[in-house]
Design a protein around this ligand. Structure first.
Ligand code: UDP
Length: 258
């Protein structure tokens, strides 16, 4: 189908279109899955719909808690209207339990609880493989100001507390997750808000009882059916009512400004 909207950017899992007014964009969640810096790729029918709905629920609750996010409203099964931001080139990773790269770096065992929650920063650069950086690098190279970094750390701590509670209430352990922030401009003045997405693509989520993985590790490590795992998260969050039907993708809808 021909899109009548102006496509601004296509990433690994999402497409950005111009929004109905200059301060907004439309984000489209694709079914594409990538891992290991896009060395492993697949199209997984239904993933985009699930991520859109799960992200909507989390961002709506964060907005209600006065943690500002780019989310304005969901437009259809695959798309959201969002505030336009200038992305801060950092992946902010929160770890509650050891898994993934920290196990390799520090010789920890997967599943080992960490002494306390840890916030890490990676510099967003695919060619460099998103290297781990210190706060010193961030302010020295001007990727964020010291004030912005304070805001990022404060918001990240609140987001982790909220997310741990949200998932623990539905029998899921939040092992770790990745978030990104952006600058929202009002003339010359900017403020930092949560951008990108929070979904099972960007979190590690384990069932409390069985340790079953309900996240993208199903794809990365061929552990099981990814859509079934994401559907389980959506069902427990009360988003997906159907017991076993995969959600049907909808066609993109043109949004007009009035
Ligand atoms: N993560 C992500 N995108 C990335 C890198 C990491 O969403 O480009 C998420 C990942 O899903 C996990 C957390 O950040 O929930 C920590 O990932 P880690 O650093 O352990 O890297 P990985 O083992 O995924 O390569």
């Amino acid at each position: 189908m021909k899109s009548h909207r102006n496509r601004l950017y296509e990433g690994k899992a999402k497409i950005l279109y111009e929004g109905p007014d200059p301060d907004t964009l439309i984000v489209h969640f694709k079914d594409d899955a990538t891992a290991f810096n896009a060395e492993k790729k697949a199209v997984i029918d239904g993933k985009g719909v699930l991520n859109n709905r799960i992200c909507e629920l989390i961002f709506t609750k964060l907005n209600e808690m006065n943690i500002p996010t780019h989310f304005i409203k969901r437009l259809n099964m695959r798309e959201q209207l969002i505030h336009k931001v200038e992305i801060i080139p950092l992946e902010v990773i929160v770890r509650n339990v050891a898994a993934g790269s920290i196990c390799k770096q520090l010789g920890l065992t997967e599943g080992e609880p960490l002494p306390r929650s840890i916030i890490e920063f990676c510099y967003k650069d695919d060619a460099l493989g998103d290297p781990l950086v210190a706060e010193e690098h961030i302010t020295a190279f001007g990727w964020a100001t010291p004030g912005e970094l304070d805001d990022i750390i404060n918001m990240t701590t609140r987001i982790n507390d909220f997310m741990c509670g949200l998932f623990s209430a539905i029998g899921i352990r939040l092992i770790d997750f990745k978030i990104e922030f952006g600058r929202q401009y009002d003339g010359e003045v900017s403020r930092v808000i949560l951008a990108d997405e929070i979904s099972p693509d960007s979190c590690r989520l384990w069932d409390v009882e069985t340790n079953r993985k309900l996240d993208k590790d199903n794809f990365r490590r061929d552990l099981g059916d990814l859509v079934e795992a994401y559907s389980e998260v959506a069902r427990r969050l009360g988003i997906l009512k159907e017991e076993n039907g995969k959600p049907k993708p909808s066609k993109p809808v043109l949004v007009k400004s009035d």
